[in-house]
Design a protein around this ligand. Structure first.
Ligand SMILES: Cc1ncc(COP(=O)(O)O)c(C=O)c1O
Length: 352
């Protein structure tokens, strides 16, 4: 005899989100239950893991915050969700309206996934030179992908998106570089989580792309303890580490200016693409953490900070951000190829 399991029929994700908003579906008890009402509830509260076996200084702990554990695979899940919610709140994103964003990377993937769950069509502009996995991910998530010329890089995609936004005021242009919801997601999420889990933190290290992570998390941490050092990692001028920007390239993200980035940052650490690859490899080989290349850059920066702390200084705890996993970079050979070849590939492919 077949047992009646009480199946009441399928409901769409959109319906579930709406029900969730009216508070009828959620049965997640924060901090206790790991049952979630939907994937968006899984954004944030990422774990921290001790990787001090990589520290060049026995007096210094190094901790990794695993943002690749977010449901769409990166730190950008936080801001994509926050930017869409903010646009819904202020009325710039109405039901069924098209979203537009230039992003070859993690922001595009997270925005596309959330847009589809919520029923918004989405157009993502990306340079044709990005790694193949990125384009595939965007297509899997349901984005309409619009390619821009490879030699113009990500700045070309941004320029084209701005022109399209002007031609189509009926679309919602998210623009993560100037969107306040980006640093706010870190001010309200990443920063408080770090303070809750690691109140002994002395240094916070992260790569700088839009600057949202550093501005939001950095400001929150400084407000709790002004002695915490906020350190940005950037590639040398003219060299590339995926996801990161050199601030002397001529483009300063509006977020960085609005959040007084020059005052907030205590230091910048320059990390070369080759070092990023080397440290990304060490992280997977010696700690089992399979991360993207900007993580190797942040870890290299953390190791430089650790090495600069003297034997008579008080013990330090450095926390750095693991932005994403390594899957999207496999085609570059970053993990397996000869180092020279991997370095050349990293220079040739545009990642953000
Ligand atoms: C892989 C990766 N790492 C680091 C960053 C930098 O983070 P943020 O934009 O918050 O400065 C980005 C974002 O552009 C990224 O995609």
């Amino acid at each position: 005899m077949t047992k009646n399991i009480g199946f009441v029929g399928m409901i769409s994700m959109r319906e579930r989100l709406e029900r969730k908003m009216s508070d009828t579906l959620s049965h997640t008890i924060p901090g206790i239950s790991s049952v979630h009402a939907n994937v968006l509830d899984m954004i944030g509260n990422t774990p921290v893991v001790d990787v001090s076996n990589l520290s060049p200084n026995p007096n210094v702990r190094i901790l990794a915050k695993l943002e690749m554990q977010n449901p769409f695979g990166s730190v950008k899940d936080r801001i994509a969700n926050a930017m869409i919610e903010a646009a819904e709140r202020d009325g710039s994103l109405l039901p069924g309206q098209t979203i537009l964003e230039p992003s070859s990377g993690n922001t595009g993937i997270a925005l596309a996934a959330i847009a589809r769950l919520k029923g918004y069509p989405i157009k993502i502009l990306l340079p044709e030179s990005v790694s193949i996995e990125r384009r595939q991910m965007l297509e899997i998530m349901g984005a309409e992908v619009i390619l821009t010329p490879g030699p113009e890089g990500s700045n070309g995609a941004v320029k084209r998106a701005k022109e399209m936004a002007e031609d189509h005021p009926e679309w919602c242009f998210i623009y993560q570089y100037a969107n306040e919801a980006n640093p706010l997601a870190h001010y309200e999420g990443t920063g408080p989580e770090i303070w809750r889990d690691v109140p002994e933190i002395t240094h916070f290290v992260a790569g700088l792309g839009t600057s949202g992570t550093l501005m939001g998390t950095g400001r929150y941490l400084k407000e709790q303890n002004p002695d915490i050092q906020i350190i940005a990692v950037e590639p040398p001028l003219g060299e590339r580490v995926e996801g990161l920007r050199n601030m002397d390239e001529g483009y300063i993200p509006p977020i960085f200016e609005n959040w007084n980035g020059f005052d907030l940052l205590d230091r910048k650490r320059v990390v070369r693409p080759r070092e990023s690859i080397e440290w990304t490899r060490r992280l997977v080989r010696e700690c089992g953490i399979f991360a993207g290349l900007s993580t190797g850059a942040a870890l290299a920066g953390a190791a430089k900070v650790a090495a600069s702390i003297g034997p008579n200084d008080p013990p330090a705890t450095i926390l750095f951000i693991v932005c994403d996993g390594g899957w999207k970079y496999l085609s570059t050979g970053a993990y397996t190829a000869d180092l020279d070849e991997a370095e050349a590939n990293a220079e040739a492919i545009i990642y953000f």
